[in-house]
Every structure is written in structure tokens, then in C-alpha cells.
Design a protein around this ligand. Structure first.
Ligand SMILES: Cc1cc2nc3c(=O)[nH]c(=O)nc-3n(C[C@H](O)[C@H](O)[C@H](O)COP(=O)(O)O)c2cc1C
Length: 208
């Protein structure tokens, strides 16, 4: 699908058909997630792809989501809290790929640099920030394949119960959930703020 069409036709779909999603589509969606950019190329995103209806229903119950219960595929989107331990390796790879200079490699060579220069809140925010790009790639690729998706970010839920059900190690923070499936509803375009309300500061473009 043409890029503009993907951007303009993606919608949050909250009701799905029971039809199975081809494995090839799931692979393509995960590949799109894998290719997302991230600070220092740390790639903190991790995914648990749920396809078993019983497991999806159990998770849907815990997060109290009828949207999740309706989806044939539910992706638990996580961030690896230990990803900073691989900073040196990631930065070296960037150097080898011609993206970073020797000076940058030297600056970021220590695996502790990031962890030591940010507090816990900033570290978690940074991981979520990076992971969100990859998670949105999932939604965009799903649209490209003719599938619907919806971000789900429940305010409060029993994370430990989800961990037990999907056998998730404590190093992975659960950030949100993404539903995938064939839409079983018509979706209209959702409202957005006009561009002039998004532009701030004194350097506004002509015409806004
Ligand atoms: C970070 C994030 C969290 C969201 N959480 C939920 C959610 O918990 N439940 C839900 O139904 N939709 C959720 N959404 C979908 C938004 O409500 C939706 O993107 C917004 O209303 C615009 O509609 P559209 O996606 O169809 O363009 C979330 C979206 C994002 C990006």
C-alpha cells in the first residue's frame, strides 16, 4: 500500500472477525517492528505474540478489555530493562556500519554510562519512548496488510498475573498491548487537531 494511504487509513479497530491471521503476515509485522530506529540503536522492544484464544481471553480478562478478547492475535509489548548493558556492543556495531565515529564509540563505550546518567524514571521513559516507535510500526504494517490494530494501554492491571500466564521474565516491563485482526466494524476517520494548533514557538511557517 502507498505510504500516505497507510498513514491515512490506519484506525484503531475495536471489533475483529475470528478469522486467523496468516503466519506470513505476523512475520512481516514483526519484521516491521524490528526495523524501527532507537537511541544508540538499543532496540529495547520485546514482544510476546499471543495466538491461543484461551490465553488471549485470560489476558483480556486481567486487563478488562473486550477489544483484546475480540482479537485473534494479541501482542504484549515490552521493554527490556537490561538493554543498557549492551550499549557498548550496539555502539560498536554502529561504528562498524559507518554511522558513528571513533569519538562516539569512545564516549559510549561504557555500558554503565546511560544507566549512571539517568534516574530510574528517565530510563523507563526513554525505553518506552523508543519502544513506541517500534510498536507503531506494528500498527502501520498491519494496515499495509489489510489488517486492523489497536493500542491498548490499561491504566492499572495485575502485571504479575500476565507474567505468569505468558511466562515473562521480570527483566521485561509490560508497556502496552496491541491487537491485530481483520476488522469487523466500519471505522470513520477520527478527529485530529488542526495543524496550526500543533505549531508552537515564534518560528511559525507562513500561512499558519
Ligand atoms: C499509547 C496509546 C494508548 C492507547 N490506549 C488505548 C486503550 O487503552 N484503549 C483503546 O480503546 N484505545 C487506545 N488507544 C487508541 C486511541 O484511542 C486512538 O489512537 C485515538 O483515539 C485516535 O483514533 P485512531 O487510532 O483510530 O486514529 C491508544 C493509543 C495509543 C497511541
Amino acid at each position: 500500500m502507498e505510504f500516505d494511504k497507510v498513514i491515512k487509513t490506519r484506525r484503531s479497530v475495536r471489533k475483529y472477525k475470528a478469522d486467523e491471521i496468516p503466519e506470513q503476515y505476523i512475520s512481516e509485522i514483526l519484521e516491521a517492528a524490528r526495523l524501527a530506529p532507537s537511541g544508540l540503536n538499543l532496540q529495547p522492544w520485546r514482544y510476546a505474540v499471543l495466538k491461543d484464544k484461551n490465553i488471549i481471553n485470560n489476558v483480556a480478562k486481567i486487563i478488562q478489555s473486550s477489544v483484546a478478547a475480540s482479537a485473534p492475535v494479541l501482542i504484549v509489548c515490552c521493554a527490556d530493562t537490561k538493554v543498557f548493558e549492551s550499549t557498548g556492543e550496539r555502539v560498536r556495531e554502529l561504528y562498524e556500519a559507518g554511522a558513528f565515529s571513533v569519538e562516539e564509540v569512545q564516549k559510549f563505550a561504557s555500558n554503565d554510562l546511560i544507566a549512571n546518567s539517568m534516574n530510574e524514571f528517565m530510563l523507563r521513559a526513554s525505553m518506552a519512548f523508543n519502544a513506541a516507535i517500534s510498536i507503531e510500526h506494528i500498527a502501520l504494517k498491519a494496515t499495509d496488510l489489510g489488517l486492523g490494530s489497536c493500542w491498548l494501554q490499561p491504566m492499572q492491571f495485575d502485571r504479575e498475573k500476565i507474567r505468569e500466564i505468558i511466562n515473562l521474565d521480570s527483566r521485561y516491563d509490560i508497556l502496552c498491548f496491541m491487537t491485530i485482526g481483520y476488522a469487523d466494524e466500519q471505522t470513520e476517520v477520527r478527529p485530529r487537531l488542526p495543524l496550526n494548533e500543533l505549531l508552537t514557538g515564534s518560528q511559525l511557517c507562513d500561512g499558519f
